[in-house]
Write a protein that binds this ligand. Structure first.
Ligand code: KIV
Ligand code: ZN
Length: 527
């Protein structure tokens, strides 16, 4: 049977430690629940001695989250170990994770301790932690820059004192796959330990090698890897959990190991983290980025429509995505357009397809991506079934009073081919909220803005306007209408009209889909 590699998740400790990723106590609990559903083996819930808030979050996770072993980090000092033990009291399965720097630079400048003092401290503090927990992990901080002979001594000392996991961190993200593979092979041979004691890899991503190094460590004998969701963590982050797990799964032939991860929860866990931290992974991030299973190029779409394995090595369903996305944009071809039109109930003949394709390319050139709702609008217009026209923004004005308790007021004018020009005024705590409320009053549809992505598209230097500035604002907005998400897009010179136009676009898309469904009597996903 293939050996199993334990997944130790440190999103709530090493990940949370990074600027921009701090989480509230409730957020941490939510994330821990998502990690339990993902079936990680160990959740490092925080660093109890770091702050009372961290200790409280660990205690709540220990009391309320079942399944994974719950762990707290602790420096190799009694006070930290006491705090970790206290926070973990309610955990059914607990681990105390004791760490101490072992490299010459850490010993000399950070700890001001001799090598012999470091060994004594490891022995004493691992033994002390064992008084509170049967499961103790020891980390030799900056192991990669530690003299190999001293690293063997330090890890053997920790094992003799009762540590059952020996973690070898590449704290500064300096190693290479070849080097770390050799290191783990050497440690496997030379560290004195009982059979149940395992090695663990903890790789940072400063050179973009964290996942490759973690997999090389596994090849060298590691049976635990420490990682974070979306790869968040100190500086360039830690090894991304989803990348390591999917590489192990997809290339079992090459890695020869398994994990206990329920991969169908990957997308959900990644999205939970993004929501809690208000930070999305880059579009092109492996596995969980918005583009990871999206195809826009015509040639790729044609291939995927015939057989998805032409351009896909994993199934989107395996990470919990409903399906791959054939993104319709200016690079798409007629095959993809015809396929999406068929899904929307329009079986186009050659002439209709050519006409739709011409309009579609124009729209794609303007706004980038053409989603199902927008395509439904294009198709309905072409076959004359779109009885009413679309709303467009004619004027947006916002007044922002300076008085402390006065709210911004927005005056919005929209044009409609049948209803003419309609004006509404609304106030709300925020200027955009006020403008969106006025639009909703006019169109007669409530929407809740879920997210706004803004790109500032600088013009060519020779096209600069007066004052040397020349740019467009490109807005992509997700708006929930009756529980379903619709995308709105717009491109203009200014932020306010761009946001308002994108909101109008999303509501018009929702209207078009509702009309389309009413005509076809069939429910269909908007995107
Ligand atoms: O990077 C590191 O060395 C760590 C240890 C505390 C495990 O995060
Ligand atoms: Zn780390």
């Amino acid at each position: 049977m293939a050996p199993n590699v334990l997944i130790f998740d440190t999103t709530l400790r090493d990940g949370e430690q990074a600027p921009g990723f701090s989480m509230s106590e409730d957020g941490k609990l939510k994330m821990a629940r998502a990690l339990a559903a993902l079936n990680v083996d160990i959740i490092e819930a925080g660093f109890a001695a770091a702050s009372p808030g961290d200790a409280r979050a660990i205690a709540r996770i220990a009391a309320e989250v079942d399944g994974p072993r719950i762990c707290s980090l602790a420096r190799a000092v009694k006070g930290d170990i006491d705090a970790a033990a206290q926070a973990l009291k309610a955990a059914k399965k607990k681990r105390i994770h004791v760490f101490l720097g072992t490299s010459p630079i850490h010993r000399e400048f950070k700890l001001e301790m001799s090598a012999a003092e470091v060994l004594t401290r490891i022995a004493d503090m691992v033994a002390y932690a064992r008084e509170f927990a049967d499961d103790v992990e020891f980390s030799a901080e900056d192991a990669i820059r530690t003299e190999p002979g001293f690293l063997v001594e330090a890890l053997s000392t920790a094992a003799a004192a009762g540590a059952s996991t020996l973690n070898v961190p590449d704290t500064v993200g300096y190693s290479t796959p070849e080097e770390i593979y050799e290191l783990f092979r050497m440690l496997s041979k030379k560290v004195t330990r009982e059979e149940h004691v395992i090695f663990s890899a903890h790789c940072h991503n400063d050179l973009g090698l964290a996942v490759a190094n973690s997999l090389a460590a596994v090849r060298g004998g590691a049976r635990q890897i420490e990682c974070t969701v979306n790869g968040i963590g100190e500086r360039a982050g830690n090894a991304a959990l989803e990348d390591a797990v999917m590489a192990i799964r997809t290339r079992r032939d090459a890695t020869g190991v398994t994990t206990n991860i329920n991969t169908r929860e990957i997308m959900n866990t990644s999205r939970t983290l993004s929501k809690i931290t208000s930070t999305h992974p880059p579009r092109n991030k492996a596995i969980v980025g918005a583009n990871a299973f999206a195809h826009e190029a015509g040639i790729h779409q044609h291939g995927v429509l015939k057989n998805r394995e032409t351009y896909e090595i994993m199934k989107p369903e395996d990470i919990g995505l409903a399906s791959n996305a054939l993104v319709l944009g200016k690079h798409s071809g007629k095959h993809a357009l015809a396929a999406r039109a068929r899904e929307l109930g329009h079986d186009l003949d050659t002439e209709q397809l050519n006409a739709a394709f011409a309009v579609f390319k124009e729209v794609a050139d303007e706004v980038g991506t053409v989603d199902s709702a927008r395509l439904a609008t294009i198709l309905s217009r072409l076959d004359g079934t779109l009885e009413t026209g679309l709303w467009t923004l004619s004027r947006a004005e916002v007044r922002m009073p300076l008085a402390a308790n006065a709210m911004p007021v927005a005056r919005i004018e929209l044009d409609h081919p049948r209803r003419g020009r309609v004006t509404d005024i609304a106030s709300a705590p925020g200027a955009l909220d006020a403008a969106f409320t006025a639009v909703s009053h006019i169109i007669g549809m409530e929407g809740r803005v879920e997210s706004i992505d803004m790109q500032y598209v600088a013009a060519d230097p020779d096209e600069d306007g007066p004052g040397g500035q020349g740019a467009d604002v490109l807005i992509e907005m997700s708006v929930a209408v009756e529980g379903e998400s619709f995308t709105g897009r717009a491109r203009t010179r200014d932020i306010l009209p761009a946001c308002v136009s994108a909101y109008i676009d999303a509501l018009c898309n929702a209207e078009a889909i509702a009309r389309h469904r009413a005509r076809n009597h069939a429910p269909a996903a908007a995107e």
